[in-house]
Design a protein around this ligand. Structure first.
Ligand SMILES: Nc1ncnc2c1ncn2[C@@H]1O[C@H](COP(=O)(O)OP(=O)(O)O)[C@@H](O)[C@H]1O
Ligand SMILES: [Mg+2]
Length: 380
């Protein structure tokens, strides 16, 4: 069988078309007969897989699969899939002639002749080992950044939490010594209630912090936005200086969102820390969550979204700074006060969650950051 059959619809003369396919070196392009045996071979196939045409023509293409894939019937499954749907795609390890492996991105198309009769398959394979490795590296860098961010957020919280914890301990110690000295049953009972309440608040605090600090898998799950926001605010309150007021507005009946809870809490905490940092002389932070219907107005997003909004009445962001705020490591804060990772992490999180994050600011009036995340139907 001749590979030039694939050229039936093209206006290019068959021989030139064949020349073209033959000379492509970045892709392995070859044909299989209906049983999966190789009938043609191009320069790219020779370069990627290491076999000369004379060594592979007539052999079954399962030759390129790992032993495990062959035992699991992957080559046959691909052929069947292509037959059923007209095309099959696959990504996985393949073997070169020298036994080394490469990560392949492969497409298998059914070829029919003029009369519609099935005559074989066209196989196009790319070696994307490098791309896969960079993707894996990126994942690992992302995980490290995530960890760094978490430590930063925890560092921001510890001072405030230690302070609040101390207050709770003072309440417990004072109430206990007063109770020990008192003969009045009613008074003793009231003091014990105080102790119990302080103890419970302390437990809640540690639970919140532990839940956040514990290393978790970055897997998105369905969550209620209200719960996620209140747990972020619960932590943030410990780090809130007295001169800053915090207002919270949560729409009722919000749809759920599918996110990694720790990551979202980190993003919200960072938006809140940013607002706090810009309000050195006191001010107001307003936080809200509502549901919105988007129609291309925000980064071409469509459909129902949940919008988290953090607004401050600080000095605002200068127009020349604005285009850079989502850049990794961009910070206007002094050394030791900012890493410049917060908003870049927020940006990555929004993109990864098929949402968006936008900043709006007026110099002298304040800043609003909006985080849009797609709503999901189910209620956890
Ligand atoms: N609410 C805000 N008001 C004014 N400037 C802000 C605000 N949020 C972010 N910025 C600016 O964006 C920069 C980057 O923020 P971010 O990525 O969180 O890093 P960092 O907080 O470590 O500086 C900040 O240094 C600041 O200049
Ligand atoms: Mg920040």
């Amino acid at each position: 069988m001749d590979p030039v059959i694939t050229n039936e619809q093209s206006s290019m003369p068959a021989s030139r078309y064949e020349q073209l396919v033959q000379s492509v070196v970045d892709y392995a392009i070859y044909m299989l007969d209906p049983s999966g045996c190789i009938v043609s071979w191009n320069a790219g196939a020779e370069r990627i897989k290491g076999y000369h045409a004379s060594e592979v023509i007539g052999r079954h293409f399962a030759l390129f699969f790992t032993l495990q894939d062959r035992e699991e019937g992957r080559p046959e499954r691909l052929l069947n899939q292509a037959l059923e749907h007209g095309v099959a795609q696959d990504e996985g390890w393949r073997l070169r002639k020298d036994g080394s492996q490469f990560w392949a991105l492969a497409a298998l198309d059914v070829i029919r002749d003029d009369t519609g009769q099935f005559i074989g398959f066209a196989k196009v394979t790319r070696d994307i080992t490098d791309r896969r490795e960079s993707a894996l590296q990126l994942d690992s860098i992302r995980a490290q950044l995530f960890q760094a961010q978490k430590l930063e957020a925890l560092g921001q919280l510890t001072g405030g939490i230690a302070h609040d914890f101390n207050n709770l301990l003072s309440i417990i110690i004072n109430a206990a010594s007063l109770a020990m000295a008192s003969q009045d049953q009613v008074r003793v009972k009231r003091l014990l209630e105080l102790i119990l309440d302080a103890g419970q608040r302390g437990t809640e605090m540690t639970q919140q912090l532990l839940g956040f600090a514990r290393q978790r898998q970055m897997t998105p799950l369905a969550h209620r936005p209200k719960k996620l926001l209140s747990s972020a605010l619960g932590m943030f309150r410990h780090a809130l200086p007295p001169g800053i007021a915090l207002e919270e507005e949560v729409e009722s009946h919000l749809p759920s969102i599918e996110v990694d809870a720790t990551q979202l809490q980190m993003v919200l905490l960072n938006l809140l820390f940013n607002a706090r940092d810009v309000l050195q002389n006191g001010g107001l932070i307003r936080v809200s969550v509502k549901s919105v219907e988007l129609n291309n107005a925000v980064e071409k997003l469509h459909g129902k979204f949940v919008c988290f909004e953090v607004n401050d009445n600080g000095k605002g962001i200068a127009p020349e700074v604005m285009p850079r705020i989502f850049e990794p490591f961009f910070t206007t804060k002094p050394f030791g006060k900012g890493t410049g990772l917060g908003l870049s992490q927020a940006y990555g999180f929004a993109k990864q969650s098929n949402g968006a994050i936008l900043a709006e600011s007026t110099l002298g009036l304040g800043t609003t950051i909006r985080l849009y995340l797609p709503a999901i139907d189910i209620n956890p």
